[in-house]
Design a protein. Structure first.
Length: 203
């Protein structure tokens, strides 16, 4: 199970909708956020770079600016994170050939279904795939929430300081103001993710 800790000095911190700001040194940004992620996320089961499995919850008083980005889902639906204010949003960074992404997919779908009536939305951010592999993954695992492609790393740039560029999968929970309230680096432990969502919904 992922360990949980409070991050006092954390950096910044919804289906056809969803957004980002933040900051790390420019050198890190240039290294982490190029115009093409193909080499970064090498193909094949052994090509992924997993997160460290650490979970972090950020007190409301310590959260930074709202995440903002725009995009288009694999079903050609527009996404603008700024339109999701007032909702709790779960962002999951993934790609189809990533083994821990496949492992966590059924749990993410189950949690998505459990929390839909509480106004919690899920959005995937796919850092590598074209529509074919991404949709095949979604069909295989019964994923019903949308994902946006990010092969040009524009969304990852918006998530800088929150998601390490090679940490796939990673999951963020955004509060109703669009700020990062919690994150998991690596495959999400479902009990930890549920606890994080519960805490943010209750705010």
């Amino acid at each position: 199970m992922s360990t949980r800790r409070t991050m006092q000095d954390s950096a910044p911190s919804r289906r056809g909708v969803l957004a980002a700001a933040g900051g790390v040194p420019l050198a890190l940004l240039l290294a982490a956020c190029g115009t093409d992620t193909t080499d970064r996320y090498a193909s094949g089961d052994a090509g992924y770079v997993s997160g460290d499995g650490v979970s972090v919850e950020i007190p409301a008083a310590d959260r930074d600016a709202a995440i903002e980005f725009i995009g288009t889902t694999f079903d050609d639906e527009p996404v603008d994170l700024a339109t999701t204010r007032g909702e709790v949003m779960v962002l999951n960074v993934w790609y189809a050939s990533c083994p821990p992404c496949r492992k966590e997919a059924p749990d993410l779908q189950a949690i998505h279904e459990e929390y839909a009536d509480q106004g919690v939305s899920f959005l995937g951010v796919n850092v590598r795939d074209t529509a074919g592999p991404a949709k095949a993954f979604e069909e295989n695992y019964g994923i019903t929430y949308p994902s946006v492609p990010d092969t040009d790393a524009q969304i990852m740039y918006a998530l800088r300081g929150q998601v390490a560029p090679n940490a796939v999968p990673s999951t963020l929970v955004l509060d109703k103001e669009g700020r990062v309230a919690a994150r998991i680096s690596g495959a999400a432990d479902p009990s930890v993710l549920r606890a994080m969502i519960d805490a943010v919904v209750a705010e």
